[in-house]
Write a protein that binds this ligand. Structure first.
Ligand code: COA
Length: 573
């Protein structure tokens, strides 16, 4: 029988919600299942509502799903937030019966486990409350306890053997309570382990670092900022293996400036940040565009404006990445939709930056940054890597024309030390030989050249679509929202609904040919996105004149498939 189970751990920051979810994820993945996680927590180190959700299935998981099957509530607040989702068939495991009371939930199996009491009174270790809960979960649903013990060991041995032992004891105490009071849950049973697949278990931000490495990036300069820091942390673990370097700069500007410098010197380079960091990096991004220096900027979006919601999902930096920087500044904006995409879109970002010698933004977001998936091991031999067009001296005495006017607009680039390749990489307007110049001719030819480069950029990045040739409703989506749309599409097509979907990866310049061709297939267009202004919808209208019906959420959480299905039904598909 096909398995598709979602288990949610809900509690407070500091109660070990995230570790618990990670342990369950590791168990499911090591038992050969597809896994996808969703985590949401406050910006505080301690306190505030936190959740960690693990979905596991036999089949490819397209999104985090609509909700949960099993919820484990570590405290009353977590119960109060989740109780409206307790519909018949679901299971509640909670810190009871003495900590707080629950209402009657018809058709819901409710298991009171005195997590706090056991941890405090019996184990004298309140921090292990989460492992009491996990012991109960293992016993109720048959989760492989050995695998949980392995996870406990691997995580806590760095602290001490005593902490490992204390958590083993907590696991056993939770399991014993279930054996003594309930027995197995009749509805959900963790299935037999499957044959292990050739997958790697990766988090969104790790996949960006791995993609950068695969693309040949050997320098990352950045300043720590939630939720982008873990890109740099992951890179710092892998780049040195290939003589690469990660520089934690003193601020955002130094992070990007050092990256532009590294790329100027001949190393593929990137910076990573979140929205507030782009505010600060803009001027340097303009320099990369003007001096035609390849630059990759990963923007792991968070809720804004200002410091906003550092740990929450939002897709609201698209305008900024499409329009940041004063003057007419060519750039491209790509977006990743899932963990595998984080890897491949990062490679695309480097390929575009190198090919067109300009800044390229890669958009991810707070939810995707933490999302863990088991993805097929990438076959590096099948990945196309593009390097910048290099200058080769022909030995003549003629001055090197760094910004040589070519049909494509792309000019061969020298690196410092290349014989005959000396030039002035300047933010000032310049002429072909790179000398600053503001003559009418220089202004026009150089602006035209920089924009000529990306006239056909849409052809570089495939834009896929799904569904029938003619549809009543066509959905255009980007970034993480594409996951919810993919799952919604699977359900709607199975119901025979006349609906199609377009999945752009390149958002700016807007892929007008793909959007116009898709619009011609559909009676109505719907564009769901997690921002207030309908940013991609507005960019599409500006580029094509096509108006999409907007579906906007701005609640710090991603779309779920059910709300896309509901809106498409309202539109009559
Ligand atoms: N026994 C011993 N230690 C345990 C434990 C157990 N049973 N369960 C958890 N812990 C430890 C964890 O190892 C972790 O410590 P570590 O960081 O030294 O590894 C700590 O307790 C927190 O547990 P964890 O499961 O990782 O998280 P949580 O669910 O309690 O939530 C966060 C805490 C994640 C919300 C919080 O720490 C955080 O990071 N907040 C966001 C901060 C941020 O980014 N702010 C934005 C600034 S702009």
């Amino acid at each position: 029988m096909a398995i598709d189970i979602t288990i949610r751990i809900a509690g407070e920051g500091g109660e070990g919600v995230i570790s618990s979810g990670d342990f369950l994820m590791q168990s499911a993945a090591s038992a050969g299942f597809e896994v996808m996680t969703f985590k949401s927590f406050p910006a505080e180190i301690k306190g505030g509502y936190a959740l960690s959700q693990v979905r596991f299935s036999d089949d490819k998981i397209l999104s985090q799903g609509d909700g949960f099957d099993i919820v484990v509530c570590f405290n009353e607040e977590a119960y109060q937030i989740n109780k409206r989702l307790l519909t018949p068939g679901k299971v509640l495991v909670y810190d009871g019966p003495d900590e707080f009371e629950i209402e009657a939930h018809e058709g819901v199996a409710c298991y009171a486990i005195p997590m706090s009491h056991i941890a405090k009174q019996e184990l004298k270790a309140y921090i292990s409350k989460n492992m009491v809960a996990m012991g109960a979960v293992c016993e109720l649903f048959g989760f492989p306890v050995d695998s949980l013990r392995r996870s406990i060991h691997d995580k806590f041995i760095k602290k001490s053997q005593a902490i490992v032992d204390q958590n083993y004891a907590a696991l056993e105490a939770g399991a014993a309570h279930v054996r003594d009071h309930y027995g197995k849950d009749p509805t959900y049973t963790f299935p037999e382990a499957r044959e292990a697949k050739d997958v790697i278990i990766v988090e969104g931000n790790q996949a960006i670092a791995l993609g950068a490495m695969a693309a040949g990036c050997r320098y990352l300069g950045a300043y720590p900022i939630t939720p982008a820091t873990s890109v740099a942390i992951a890179a710092s673990k892998i780049f040195p293996k290939a003589d690469g370097y990660v520089y934690q700069a003193e601020d955002e500007i130094a992070g990007v400036a050092s990256t532009v410098g590294a790329s100027f010197a001949g190393t593929k380079a990137m910076t990573c940040t979140s929205g507030p960091g782009i505010d600060l990096k803009s001027e340097m991004i303009g320099l990369a565009a003007m001096a035609e220096i390849p630059l990759v900027v990963a923007d792991i979006q968070r809720g804004g404006p200002s410091t906003g919601m550092p740990t929450k999902h939002e897709q609201s930096d698209l305008f900024m990445c499409a329009h940041a920087v004063h003057g007419d500044t060519p750039r491209a904006v790509l977006a990743a939709s899932n963990v595998e995409d984080c890897f491949y879109r990062t490679i695309d970002a480097f390929n575009l930056a190198e090919k067109y010698q300009m800044p390229v933004f890669l958009l991810s977001d707070a939810a995707l940054s933490l999302q863990v998936e088991a993805i097929p091991r990438p076959d590096l031999s099948k990945i196309e890597i593009i390097d910048r067009l290099r200058y080769q001296s022909n030995g003549s005495e003629e001055r090197y024309q760094r910004y040589q006017l070519t049909d494509s607009g792309i000019s061969p680039m020298s690196h410092p030390g290349d014989p005959g390749g000396t030039y002035c990489a300047t933010g000032l307007q310049h002429q072909e030989n790179s000398a600053p110049r503001t003559s009418v001719e220089a202004c026009i030819t150089m602006d035209d050249k920089r924009w000529r480069k990306i006239k056909n950029i849409e052809d570089d990045i495939e834009c896929t679509s799904q569904g029938p040739e003619k549809a009543k409703v066509g959905i255009i989506s980007w970034g993480l929202t594409q996951n919810a749309v993919r799952e919604a599409m699977a359900r709607m097509l199975a119901e025979g609904m006349e609906v199609a979907a377009l999945y752009p990866k390149l958002l700016y310049p807007v892929p007008t040919k793909a959007v116009e061709a898709f619009a011609a297939r559909c009676d109505k267009l719907l564009l769901p996105e997690a921002n207030y202004q309908g940013q991609f919808a507005q960019l599409i209208r500006a580029a094509t004149g096509i108006d999409c019906i907007r579906q906007n959420i701005y609640r710090g959480e991603p779309f779920i498939p059910a709300e896309i299905v509901a809106r498409v039904k309202e539109l009559g598909a």
